[in-house]
Design a protein around this ligand. Sequence first.
Ligand code: GLV
Ligand code: MN
Ligand code: MN
Length: 413
Amino acid sequence: MLAIDAGRLSRRLSELARFGALPGGGVTRHCWHPPYEEARKWLIGEARAAGLTTWVDGAGNVFAGTGVDRFSAERPIVLTGSHIDTVPEGGTLDGALGVMAGLEALHTIAASKTATKRPLAVAAWSDEEGRYGSLFGSRAFIGKLAGLKMEDFAAVDGEKLVDVMRKAGFDPARVHEAAAPQGSVAGYIELHIEQGPRLEENRIDIGVVQAIVGVRRSRIIFHGQADHAGTTPMERRRDAFLGGAEYALRAREHVVSKGSTVSVTNIGVVYVHPGASNIVPGRTEMMHEMRDPDPAVLERLWNECRDIADAVAKERQLRVEVRPMSATLPAQCAPKIQAMTEDVCKTLGLSSQRMYSAAGHDAQNLAAFTDSGMIFIPSSGGKSHRIDETSDPVAIERGANVLLHTLLSLANA
Ligand code: GLV
Ligand code: MN
Ligand code: MN
């Protein structure tokens, strides 16, 4: 039976981990930044050396295929992929695994001259982690950036998408050209680490994803009054940071007590202006994120948190702005792909479990475009979005072989 080369996959994962490597372990590799652009060049070189054709679209998505060099409805492609950008101080597998395992699967198919009814390709989607805009590359690919102005996309620290794209040699005006023709993808399957503890704790080899979470992000800005931190009497201060702090606690309590059993929330970015220990904060900006698989629950929680922000502002004599930043829709994975992956697991003698993904993935955008599915492998200790994210090498090899054979099933269906 055809099998991937685990040594080659491991070598490529280690080489990719060098781009943006941090002295204390882990990686920071933001899309369009120099380490990312070096990784992109390296990836294209590896894919060509593996006998694959390569192309890059207007949104910076990299593709490597078996005898194809574009998307067309006349010759639909079976697609796999993930992303090679990381969160700040992230691990070496979140995203990288799906791209390297996809490349390995296609390399194995090409080198063994295995014939398939449909061509295959692997994608490295741009900015999956959403530094400049949530699931950016796959959103462009499915045509969901139409009508949006690239000038409006920016990171929380103010860095603009159009500036970093131009520095990396891309033309932001061409992002819309990345939209693929309807019917040009015959199916999509993505391998990823679970990023949580369930598979490891239940001693299950493979997770078969049924549904992927929806994510809403808003920027909450409290405006108060900057004042001298020594001389202004305490009762006269209009401290914007205290508004933000109180909102954070109350919104968290609300989501936990009034959300569904799987609702989660996080405030991962806080800026205090002007940012000096001897000035009462005049403005506080925060990024507030909420997740749930049910869009109606997310909509309700978002409205209720807005009311909490208004109430906090009123009580503390502040002004508040709530700016919606992104709303990624929850998605269902295709039953056909889940069944194919389960059949492959049976053939390979691996245990599997259907599960829900509480992390966002490009597969959820692809689900609006074609049959889409995901394969999870256990994450050691359930750790992810941290520098010590790892998975057992045996789990990696199993996941890549499940990917290989699910791709073959899709390409020959
Ligand atoms: C993707 O990494 C996410 O934030 O879920
Ligand atoms: Mn991630
Ligand atoms: Mn990821």
